[in-house]
Ligand binder design. Structure first.
Ligand code: NAP
Length: 241
C-alpha cells in the first residue's frame, strides 16, 4: 500500500467555487480537512453555496473576486496572506464558455470575456499566489478537452484553453526546481451549468458528475509528496461530443 498524504490543515484557494466543478472541489477538499479560501464573482451565491457544504472540519472564507481584475485577484491573495500566511494548493478553476459562433460571427466582447477569464485570469491568480507557495505545494489548472481538441463554433473557448495549456506547461518547467507541482486537469463533458452557454440540450445523463472530477483531483493531491502526475485526463465512458 502507498502512503496517502493527508491534506488536513492544508490551505487551498479555489476560483469559480460557487457552482459545478469548483463547488465539488470545495466539498471534496473540505472533507479532506483543508482550510479553504473560495472565490467567484457573485459573493452572495458563493457564500450560500459553500454554507450548504459540511465544512465542520475546516475554516473557510468566501471572497467576491472577478479573476479578470488584477485588483480583485490581489485582494483575494492578500486575504490568504492575512488569514493563513501561506498557500498549499491553488486551483485555477473559474471559467466561462460562449454561445456557438463561427469565427466570422464571433463578437469581440465574447472573445475578450472568455480569454480574459480562462487565460488571463489563470495567469493573474498564479502570479499573485506564487509568493505564498513553497516546496510541496500544488497548482491545478482546470483546462478541458478543448485544450487538446478543436470544436467548431468554440474558437474563443478553444483558444483560451489551448493558451492555458501552454501556460501550464511553461509554469510546470519553471516551478519544478522549487518543488511545486503543476497539474493540467483535463475533464471531458461534465454535468454543470456551463453547458447552458452553448448547448442547453446536451445529454447531461451521459456526462461525468462534478464530484467524480473532484475525486480524481483529490486522488492526485493525496499521492506521496515525492510523486507527481502532470495531467489528469478523464471523461465519460460513452462520450458526449
Ligand atoms: N463542465 C464541463 O463539461 C467542463 C469540462 C472541462 C473543463 N471545464 C472547466 O471547468 C471550469 C469550471 O466550469 P464548470 O463547468 O464547473 O462551470 P460553472 O458551473 O458555470 O461554474 C463556473 C464558475 O466560475 C465562476 N466564474 C465565472 N467567471 C468568473 C470570473 N470572471 N471570476 C471569478 N469566477 C468566475 C462562476 O461563478 P460567478 O458566475 O459567480 O463568477 C462559477 O463559480 C471551467 O474552467 C471550465 O472551462 C468544464
Amino acid at each position: 500500500m502507498t502512503e496517502r498524504q493527508s491534506l488536513k490543515g492544508h490551505v487551498a484557494v479555489i476560483t469559480g467555487a460557487s457552482h459545478g466543478i469548483g463547488l465539488a472541489l470545495a466539498e471534496a477538499l473540505a472533507r479532506e480537512g483543508c482550510d479553504l479560501v473560495v472565490a467567484a464573482r457573485k459573493a452572495a451565491s458563493l457564500t450560500d453555496a459553500v454554507r450548504q457544504l459540511s465544512l465542520s472540519k475546516c475554516q473557510f472564507n468566501a471572497i467576491g473576486c472577478d479573476v479578470r481584475s488584477a485588483a480583485d485577484v490581489q485582494n483575494l491573495f492578500d486575504t490568504v496572506r492575512k488569514r493563513h500566511s501561506r498557500l498549499d494548493i491553488l486551483i485555477n478553476n473559474a471559467g466561462v464558455a460562449h454561445a456557438l459562433a463561427p469565427v466570422e460571427e464571433l463578437q469581440l466582447d465574447a472573445w475578450k470575456e472568455v480569454i480574459d477569464t480562462n487565460l488571463t485570469g489563470t495567469f493573474l491568480c498564479t502570479q499573485a499566489a506564487l509568493p505564498l507557495m513553497h516546496a510541496g505545494g500544488t497548482i491545478v489548472n482546470n483546462l478541458s478537452v478543448a485544450a487538446l481538441q478543436p470544436f467548431e463554433g468554440m474558437a474563443a473557448y478553444n483558444a483560451s484553453k489551448h493558451g492555458a495549456m501552454g501556460f501550464t506547461n511553461v509554469l510546470r518547467q519553471e516551478l519544478r526546481k522549487k518543488g511545486i507541482r503543476v497539474l493540467a486537469l483535463i475533464p471531458g463533458a461534465t454535468d454543470t451549468a456551463i453547458w447552458d452557454q452553448f448547448w442547453p440540450d446536451a445529454p447531461r445523463e451521459r456526462m461525468l458528475s462534478p464530484a467524480t472530477v473532484a475525486e480524481a483531483v483529490v486522488h492526485v493531491l493525496t499521492l506521496p509528496a515525492n510523486a507527481t502526475i502532470e495531467e489528469i485526463r478523464l471523461g465519460p465512458t460513452a462520450g458526449v461530443l
